[in-house]
Write a protein that binds this ligand. Sequence first.
Ligand code: ATP
Ligand code: MG
Length: 185
Amino acid sequence: MSNDRITETLSRFNRGLVMVLTGNGKGKTTSAMGQALRAVGHGQKVLVIQFMKGKKYGEVLAAEGHLPGITIVQSGLDSFVMRDNPAPVDVELARQGLEMAREALAAGTHDMVILDEINVAVDFKLIPLSDLMDLIRNKPPAVDLILTGRYAPPEVVELADTVSEIQEIRHHYSKGMKERAGIEY
Ligand code: ATP
Ligand code: MG
């Protein structure tokens, strides 16, 4: 069999995945970051867009300082978004984040694209569900697309290849423990 044919066959089977990490337990964003680490270890390029976040999380510092293969862009503010009444600035930042994702997918610059908290951004009405659905449907075949956040819409779950729901059994906050560097941020 010719090399071209083998490459073509491989690429058909190595189709990029749509993965969803949802549920009310702790570990969705950090799980996506683990997936990014695994990909970058194989020389892949990873783009992470964090919706509704503006704080220097450990993963942002790690990527900036040590992991040139992972680019993390924050498309939000370091303040709470009102669920039923989001500020125009929150809507605009989320829209810009999705636009950046769309451009990166179209340009084919990254092997893996992670949209962190996108499910929450849709649930909070920062992003229309139809825009997210269009982005998923138009994903280039080879790219792995990972969507995190509570409240994953059923329509997104339906489209995804892999869906994991992290269920809370217990969280240390219930014991009065506070957020901590390296665990929460
Ligand atoms: P992580 O970023 O630690 O992987 P996550 O992405 O699963 O958590 P989110 O829903 O994005 O969780 O919430 C972000 C923050 O809220 C985390 O710092 C986490 O410690 C906290 N958190 C997550 N799940 C719970 C929970 N069930 N009860 C209380 N706090 C939680
Ligand atoms: Mg999260």
